[in-house]
Design a protein around this ligand. Structure first.
Ligand code: PMP
Length: 360
């Protein structure tokens, strides 16, 4: 086999997604899906669009979708870059914006683990910066002089899997101190209480914000995400996309996504319901003795001082409840628990309480 094969393919450790069980009798609190279904308007729009026109290729420019995103965020349609889920948007960003020889991409040591996979895949050097002791991103680590000029900076806000968010002032400081490199803010979970860095784009044209419809719009199955950035950056991403797959979004996804983005009443009602349950869940877990990090996402990150994270996750699974445990040293004690309905969270906490009592 060629050198390329052995360096890039055999050694590539693919991202391991959370389990998607083939049976439906498990309570899934492991991959941050929304507990309520998508807006009923999405289902109607998709049914109406499922006709003979599916024999034609879809709108290559996702015109209506880009316009719907632009209207929602108060930007121009030319500043919107859509893709098949934000994972695909991120793939184009890594491929197009971060490949600069030996210059490293800076990211927190604990963040969305896909970033490292993309670095490996695209041959991007990566320098991880430890989170502070309280698991927050320490802004000063990103604003000081770096030993080598970085290729860019990426982090999730709120961060995954901690759920802790930076303020817009923090993000402005990071972007302002690194004006000549892209600063990518992955806002997969921003709608559950944090502020979007889209508000900073006119001031900081090096910021690229990435959103998904998988979480707050409850459309993980439709695979739609997008980036919002300066027109120059989006034009570059479009050229990369067209060289790779010029029709990334299917017609039904485009139609469904537009309907979801336009139903602001349903969006507000369901995300507020999730936020309410998140606050209850945090309290319930604390009553059971867990330390719970302050989350602005649709999940909480919690550890018990006397119980091993891996063992708790296994015991929950045996009771039919899936949560996420990462086998990473610094966060090995933690469980990442998706906020479900209040009934889901009650079942989780009752089960945890029994497990804890049994193992005392
Ligand atoms: N970014 C973060 C931080 C995530 O947790 C996820 C979901 N795993 C994604 C991006 C990708 O989401 P999607 O591809 O469904 O849009």
């Amino acid at each position: 086999m060629s050198r390329f094969w052995s360096d890039h393919v055999v050694d590539l450790s693919p991202y391991t997604p959370g389990e998607q069980p083939k049976v439906d009798n498990l309570l899934k609190l492991n991959t941050n899906e929304h507990p309520f279904g998508p807006s009923p308007r999405v289902l109607t729009a998709i049914k109406d669009a499922a006709d003979d026109s599916l024999r034609l290729y879809p709108d290559n420019d996702s015109t209506a979708l880009r316009q719907a995103v632009a209207t929602l965020h108060g930007v121009q349609a030319g500043q919107v870059f859509p893709g098949n889920g934000s994972d695909e948007v991120l793939a184009h960003i890594f491929n197009g914006l971060f490949r600069h020889g030996d210059r490293p991409l800076l990211m927190p040591d604990v963040t969305y683990s896909f970033y490292r996979t993309y670095c490996k895949l695209y041959g991007i050097a990566c320098r991880t910066i430890p989170l502070a002791d309280d698991f927050s991103i320490r802004v000063s680590d990103y604003v000081g002089a770096h030993p080598v000029r970085p290729a860019g900076i990426i982090f999730s806000n709120p961060n995954a899997p901690t759920g802790i968010a930076l303020t817009l002032a923090d993000i402005r400081a990071i972007a302002g101190a690194n004006p000549d490199v892209p600063v990518v803010v992955d806002e997969a979970y921003v709608d559950f209480g944090a502020s979007s860095a889209i508000a900073l784009l006119s001031e900081c044209p090096n910021i690229v914000v990435v959103h998904t419809l998988s979480k707050s719009r409850s459309l993980a199955g439709l695979r739609v995400g997008y980036a919002v950035a300066s027109k120059e950056i989006v034009d570059g991403l479009v050229r990369i996309k067209d060289s790779f797959n010029s029709y990334p979004l299917d017609k039904l996804a485009q139609v469904g996504a537009v309907a979801a983005l336009q139903d602001s009443a349903y969006f507000d009602e369901t995300r507020n319901a999730v936020i309410k349950v998140r606050e209850n869940l945090s309290k319930q877990l604390k009553t059971l003795g867990f330390e719970v990090l302050p989350s602005l996402a649709n999940f909480v990150f919690a550890r018990h001082p006397e119980h091993d994270g891996a063992a708790l996750s296994r015991a929950l699974r045996a009771e039919g409840i899936l949560v996420r445990h990462f086998g990473i040293a610094r966060i090995d004690q933690f469980l990442r628990i998706t906020v479900g309905t209040q009934a889901d969270c009650d079942r989780l906490c009752n089960t945890l309480s029994e497990i804890i009592l049994k193992t005392h």
